[in-house]
Design a protein around this ligand. Structure first.
Ligand SMILES: [Fe+2]
Length: 324
């Protein structure tokens, strides 16, 4: 598939492409979906039904084989060490394991992530919604994720509301490194890449503490559940922020728009790629749902990022040469 040019990519730091796979039909459900699609004027109605387990399995196969999108993005970072050229990061966010998103659906998302054979997996919070009972099950499934350089996580606002300590312990028990206002170094071929993580924006996020010890100019990947961190991240010259939290709006009606408002500028830093000064951000639509067990024109997403060193444009090269 041909890479698509993003409207913001004039400085050649970001490109994307998407693909999804078709799954099996549940006839009765499809009739309902078709009716909704006609009503909403779109075919993008995703379901997270509360129906029985047998039907659930089939529905979620449909959702996760037919509606989940694996989106691919090339991210160019200044000063990226040569040994990390081509590093692939897969992000899973807002799983919200619970009634709306049962065990098999989480398992399907994990299988899809593993099939991508990533170097790093980033989990950006909201593993559960309201119930402690889902903490251990979701951690156990996520414990089957496989990435060459490790699986790293931060907590979301729902994790804090349920029990941040219990979520942290469960994830760590299943070999997932939880980054709570700290960073770690991914090492490869004698070079290191910092991956930092902060607690949720409203529950004690401490970016200076998370970045302490990272030298200026070193490209850093920051995991932050809430994309609101973007302004502070730009001040600290973070290279790339990976976020979730917004579910991409979750329900995107043709006339009413998303829950965040109708205008595209109101969705800035709330869905997809953007940049603020030296900092790029990607906000994934995530996997699960809250409040209502539906997505409308806003499919679940697993983004995959391909890191590349940013090469200066000719003009910038000339300017830098003249300055030196
Ligand atoms: Fe969420």
């Amino acid at each position: 598939m041909k890479p698509l040019r993003h409207p913001f990519s004039e400085n050649e730091t970001w490109e994307t492409q998407t693909h999804s796979r078709k799954g099996k039909f549940v006839r009765r459900w499809d009739r309902l979906v078709e009716r909704w699609s006609r009503d909403f004027g779109s075919s993008f109605v995703e379901d997270y039904s509360l129906a029985g387990a047998e039907r659930h399995r089939a529905l979620h196969r449909r959702v996760y084989d037919g509606r989940i999108e694996v989106t691919e993005h090339r991210i160019r970072l200044h000063n990226l060490p040569a040994s990390f050229d081509g590093l692939r990061i897969v992000q899973l966010t807002d799983i919200h394991h619970g009634l709306f998103l049962p065990f098999h659906a989480v398992l399907d998302a994990v299988e899809m992530a593993n099939r991508l054979q990533p170097d790093v997996i980033a989990l950006t919070g909201d593993f559960v919604t309201y119930s402690r009972g889902y903490i251990e099950p979701v951690a156990a499934i996520l414990g089957t994720l496989r990435a060459r350089h490790g699986v790293f996580a931060v907590l979301g606002n729902h994790d804090f509301r349920v029990d941040a300590g219990a979520v942290t312990r469960a994830l760590q028990h299943h070999s997932i490194e939880v980054l709570r206002n700290r960073h770690t170094l991914v090492r490869h071929a004698g070079q290191a890449l910092p991956i930092a993580g902060i607690d949720d924006f409203r529950y004690g996020a401490d970016l200076p503490r998370a970045l302490r010890g990272i030298r200026p100019g070193v490209p850093t990947i920051l995991l932050s559940h809430n994309p609101k961190i973007i302004r502070r991240a730009a001040v600290h010259q973070v290279g790339l922020v990976l976020s979730g939290h917004t579910h991409g709006g979750q329900i995107n009606l043709p006339l009413a728009g998303t829950v965040f408002g109708r205008k595209p500028e109101q969705m800035r830093f709330r869905s997809g790629w953007d940049r603020l000064g030296p900092t790029q951000i990607y906000v994934s639509r995530g996997i699960g749902t809250v409040v209502l067990p539906v997505r409308v024109r806003c499919p679940a997403e697993i983004p995959q990022f391909h890191l590349q060193p940013h090469e200066l444009g000719r003009e910038a090269q000339l300017r830098r040469t003249a300055e030196s």
